[in-house]
Design a protein around this ligand. Structure first.
Ligand SMILES: NC(=O)c1ccc[n+]([C@@H]2O[C@H](COP(=O)([O-])OP(=O)(O)OC[C@H]3O[C@@H](n4cnc5c(N)ncnc54)[C@H](O)[C@@H]3O)[C@@H](O)[C@H]2O)c1
Length: 330
């Protein structure tokens, strides 16, 4: 009979590469665009009102081409970095969509980091005019995976690193000892943004980190943090706005506050990225356009990567350590 697998982060990393994770993100976005994925918007459980300064998102989905259902549960845990643990922690549950049987419980930490990093790499394929000068604002764990994925897909000549903590900038730069691009640590966001081809904000801040006047014609700004990261003028004066998933992206991330104030609406959004990836809507059409895109993250790419790991382990003959059956039989 079917057995349920419990899969560790180490097993995940041994069975999927970063290149494969990037491929999974693009495949899943294309399937979304083709109407092949069922994915309700994520739900946040914020525990701060009870004195626990943490939150987690429940992110269910079903991917028809993989015939896999599941849920990602990912949260931010404020005290973790003090204890040497990552701020973001993720777990995944895979289910048989035909009978509800538990297929696997899986540590989702690496999967979440890898898919988060893959998102800007794929978005840049469709939205960037040039990729020579890349700026990251927020030099944490997610930014590390963003640069790692981008460097696999795009030519970067110079990487500019901005962070309010100088030690974070230095630590980040040291994580790329073999980089074939120049790494510049910037004291201000303005220094990082002026002349940049692509600017990625991926911080824990809730502040206008990027100003419109600093962004050159043709630049691409990708916001990935959970709160406000650009000044209003960026959304108001840029030529085009894109988003990964409008139903959830207007209620969280950089666009949330602006949507609450009516500055950004569904009509201001040019297109969702899955529609671009599947060819239903054009991406960048003018090399001079300034484009702002919010990538707030979807759970389905995690499910796609997790499915690869699960099927690779089954192919190896992995028996699993758990047997959970709905009907009570052993
Ligand atoms: N979009 C997605 O798919 C996705 C996925 C996972 C996490 N996230 C979000 O990404 C963000 C970063 O997560 P992480 O795991 O990298 O956290 P992290 O703690 O590892 O790094 C965050 C960095 O942001 C810096 N920072 C904070 N305020 C800043 C400011 N005002 N200016 C410049 N830098 C500032 C911090 O010093 C830190 O180095 C969080 O908001 C998280 O919720 C997004």
């Amino acid at each position: 009979m079917d057995r349920s697998l419990v899969i560790t982060n180490a097993q995940v990393q041994a069975h999927v590469t970063l290149e494969e994770a990037i491929e999974c993100v693009e495949d899943t976005w294309r399937w979304h665009g083709e109407g092949e994925v069922v994915m309700p918007p994520k739900i946040t459980t914020d525990m701060s009102e009870k004195g626990i300064p943490n939150w987690f998102n429940s992110m269910p989905s079903y991917i028809h081409p993989l015939d896999m259902a599941g849920i990602k549960v990912v949260g931010g845990y404020l005290e973790n970095p003090k204890h040497g643990l990552p701020f973001i922690r993720s777990n995944l549950m895979l289910l048989d969509p035909h009978n509800g049987r538990l297929r696997a419980l899986m540590c989702g930490d690496w999967i979440s980091d890898a898919r988060t990093g893959a998102q800007p790499a794929i978005a840049m394929k469709y939205l960037a005019a040039r990729t020579d000068v890349l700026t990251v604002i927020g030099a944490g764990q997610q930014a590390y995976y963003c640069v790692s994925c981008i460097a696999r897909l795009h030519h970067i000549r110079q990487l500019r690193v901005c962070d309010i903590r100088p030690e974070a900038r230095a630590r980040f730069a040291a994580r790329f000892p073999e980089a074939d691009f120049e790494i510049v640590q910037c004291a201000t966001n303005r220094e990082g943004c002026e002349g940049a081809d692509v600017i990625i904000t991926i911080t824990t801040a809730n502040a206008p980190l990027v100003e419109e006047a600093w962004c050159k014609p043709g630049c691409l700004v990708l916001t990935m943090g959970s709160f406000t990261e650009t000044a209003d003028d960026v959304a108001l004066r840029f030529d085009k706005l894109f988003i990964d998933h409008a139903a959830q992206g207007l209620h969280r991330g950089n666009f949330k506050e602006m949507a609450d104030r009516g500055i950004v609406t569904r009509d201001s959004i040019e297109a969702e990225l899955p529609a671009v990836v599947c060819g239903r809507h054009p991406g960048r059409t003018n090399p001079e356009d300034r484009i702002l895109c919010e990538l707030v993250g979807m759970g389905s790419p995690d499910l796609c990567i997790a499915t690869r790991v699960y099927r690779a382990l089954l192919k190896e003959g992995c028996q699993g350590v758990l047997s959970i059956d709905m009907m009570g039989e052993e």
